[in-house]
Design a protein around this ligand. Sequence first.
Ligand SMILES: Cc1cc2nc3c(=O)[nH]c(=O)nc-3n(C[C@H](O)[C@H](O)[C@H](O)COP(=O)(O)OP(=O)(O)OC[C@H]3O[C@@H](n4cnc5c(N)ncnc54)[C@H](O)[C@@H]3O)c2cc1C
Length: 431
Amino acid sequence: MSKRVVVIGGGWSGAAAAHAAYMAGADSVVLVERTDYLLGTGLVGGIMRNNGRFTAAEEMIAMGGGLMFEICDEVSIHKNFDFPGHKHASLYDVTAIEPAVNKALVEEGIEVKLIHRVTKINISDGSINSIHMENGTVIEGDVFIDTTGTVGPQKNCTRYGSGCVMCIVRCPTFGPRTSISGLAGAVDRNGFRKDGEIGVMSGSCKLSKDSLSPELSRKLSETGIVMVPFPEKTAEKMYSKLGAKACQQYALPEYADNIILLDTGQAKMMTSYVDLDDLRTIPGFEQARYEDPYSGSLGNSIRYLDVTTRDNTMKVECDVDNLYCGGEKAGLLVGHTEAIVTGTLAGHNAVRQLAGRAPIEIPHDLATGDAISHVRSEMDKPGGMSQKYTFSGSVFFERMKERNRYTTDIDLIQKRVESTGLNDVFSRSVV
Ligand SMILES: Cc1cc2nc3c(=O)[nH]c(=O)nc-3n(C[C@H](O)[C@H](O)[C@H](O)COP(=O)(O)OP(=O)(O)OC[C@H]3O[C@@H](n4cnc5c(N)ncnc54)[C@H](O)[C@@H]3O)c2cc1C
């Protein structure tokens, strides 16, 4: 009888999980997404391969889980460039990326179901056997993967942020995020800011490139980066925002003293929000206009709510025996690369379970495996839910450097992966 993997949430982790399940030999894979696009918060991000993310991406490529990185590389507008605190970054085109990923998944035969918001699950004999959509559709499956992320719904942005700021997640139109792990009885936890406030504010906005002066816009397109000092009074306000950001790798003085714009096709502004009146006093920004979130004058989306509990194979720790997780849902790891890593492992292990084979862990000798296990154990410590982790900076990048895991030497990365025996593991069928 044909066995089906059902992935719920089409962000980077869900896309990677669906692809990994296909590669591992699942008979059928369905990817269910509540909005009309794949990629979730990845629709407004774009920064890849900065600092330790380079190492993580190359480890995944050596393990056979490289497709998502290859697609990002293909649609990157700027490659191998530096910006404050970050080296050898690339920036994907935020408009081109979603159709490219969608096409790749559909060509593999993965059923991509957009505008399908899961609201209920059905459990029998300790296993989930179906998910139920708001639109009345029911999808049955054998193993399920929760990649629903941690952003929204509106009530959380109102309670812990500045209200709905009309971000790319578009809760008012497509309905709230639903925690599948929560429905399955797992203990979901919230992340905290440094000041103890619940949730974490997203750390960048998008300005329309056309709304910048022609000189600024041209410079941004040519060089990938524009840095303009904030007036002193605005910089003071910007300092107070650094600790609230999800992306602690950008909580550096340069990001409070200056407006830093990166070219992702639009102008990615590396701060949570700036009052439009303040912004428009700066030469070149007189006509600035927000593309995401629309209310970027006031605040940004709130994330890291309902993070679930899981083991190092990405299996959710709860009463059901067939639920895996990936991405932000799986812990306080921030970023597209991080979501692709955990989503890939979840998709692969889901098929191993179907095939009656033991799940794998990525060993902690590799940066990717260390991130998965380290973040899990750190979250259980007192105060652990207020830290954020990423390969690209802050505490985890320091750990990578201390343990000699950060390198841009691709041959060395391949040798390290080979020494674990996991080379090409994600590209081989396990059934
Ligand atoms: C403004 C912003 C800028 C960022 N910039 C960068 C960057 O430049 N580089 C970087 O590496 N990282 C960046 N990040 C972080 C990065 O986007 C995330 O950490 C990562 O992409 C999370 O992926 P995910 O798949 O875990 O979750 P999400 O992207 O949140 O995806 C979850 C998906 O699940 C869907 N979903 C939720 N509930 C349901 C349901 N009930 N039924 C069906 N579908 C559901 C959602 O609609 C969504 O598409 C940025 C984040 C934001 C918000």
